[in-house]
Design a protein around this ligand. Structure first.
Ligand code: IPM
Ligand code: MN
Length: 352
């Protein structure tokens, strides 16, 4: 098979972790007789520096024409403490999500047997956790009307959803639940928010189309608590954009390191795969960042974008092997010995 993949390394540790994923993908392609055509494009601060904006038209062209997009990270500290900055790397990310129609962000959370004691949570709480948070990604408060009142002392951001937006996300959730343990949790704040009441109503209306799925409706504050108390009681959770942003960071703690969790963003035009961690600027260029979240995102890409399940499994298996063998970056190292980002990548390639 010929795979056309757009490659967006982005900022900070993005380029380093992307390099490892590319090595692993090329090795998998060689093993299974595929050929990958990578097309690199600029995003984030790197794009602002080169062409003055964080998601240039050329990058968009490359993404829409690709079968899938593999993305590193976006963000640079020089923009964080500058409220007056006219363009920000994150704007590029939001523009890209919208332009590519990436409405469903799939963020799985699972544990690795060899790392279970790395989590700050107790083993008995998290053992067996295997859940997916499906976050709506192209609407809600991230894209609603925002602004300042005339005097500048009052600001607002609005959370708007249409029934159609909720329906397409919820359908993905039901379908995903059908392919897993058939449990779906609708996360909202329907006791307070009107947009949440629309979510609840819409999900309730879909229930009869999926009679096998057991649906629960829970408030986001309660979910935030149960997620770290009994994560293994969840299967698929669906939620709006901002709740999903917060809950997925929280959920990443369960696995023991943010450097492990992959994600997929499913769209109307194409799909994008990226680690859930950010650009981690303090580590940029030091060859110390954990490449596994990006490598596992590539596994999701083989499976989701190309239907190549054996290839995805080969990647996951070699990642498991590396963890069990202790070939880990410093975030996961226990007794002193840790490996560089590029060494972990090389080990994966050699052991595939
Ligand atoms: C994420 C990030 C982004 C978000 C930021 C960088 C805009 O935190 O992908 O979760 O809030 O969606
Ligand atoms: Mn986030």
């Amino acid at each position: 098979m010929n795979l056309n993949i757009a490659l967006l390394p982005g900022d900070g540790i993005g380029p380093e972790v992307i390099d490892q994923a590319v090595k692993v993908c090329d090795a998998v392609a060689a093993k299974f007789n595929h050929s990958i055509n990578w097309t690199r494009a600029l995003t984030g601060a790197a794009a602002i520096d080169a062409v003055g904006e964080p998601y240039p038209d050329e990058t968009h062209e490359i993404c829409v024409n690709a079968d899938a997009v593999l993305f590193g990270a976006i963000g640079h500290p020089r923009f964080d403490n500058d409220p007056s900055a006219k363009v920000r790397p994150e704007q590029g990310l939001l523009k890209m999500r919208k332009a590519l129609g990436l409405f469903a962000n799939v963020r799985p959370t699972f544990t690795f047997p060899s790392l279970i004691d790395k989590s700050p949570l107790k083993r008995e709480r998290i053992e067996g956790t295997d859940l997916v948070i499906l976050r709506e990604l192209t609407s809600g408060i991230y894209f609603g009307k925002r602004g300042r009142e005339d005097d500048g002392n009052t600001a607002y951001d609005t959370c708007t959803y249409t029934r159609a937006e909720v329906t397409r996300l919820a359908r993905k959730g039901f379908e995903m639940a059908m392919s897993r343990s058939k449990r779906l949790c609708c996360v909202d704040k329907a006791n307070v928010l009107e947009s949440s009441r629309l979510w609840r109503e819409t999900v309730q209306a879909l229930e009869k189309e999926y009679p096998e799925v057991e649906v629960s409706y829970e408030f986001v504050d309660a979910v935030a608590m149960r997620l770290v108390q009994w994560p293994n009681s969840y299967d698929v959770l669906i939620t709006e954009n901002l709740f999903g942003d917060i809950l997925t960071d929280e959920a990443s703690v369960i696995s023991g390191s943010m450097g492990l969790m992959p994600s997929a963003s499913l769209g109307t035009n194409t799909s994008l795969f990226e680690p859930i961690h950010g650009s981690y600027p303090q580590a940029a260029g030091k060859d110390i960042a954990n490449p596994l979240a990006t490598v596992l995102s590539a596994a999701m890409m083989f499976e989701t974008a190309f239907g190549l399940d054996a290839e995805a499994k080969a990647i996951r298996d070699v990642v498991d092997k590396s963890l069990a063998a202790g070939i880990v970056t410093e975030d996961l190292a226990t007794e002193g010995k840790s490996y560089k980002t590029s060494e972990v990548g090389d080990w994966l390639v050699n052991n595939l």
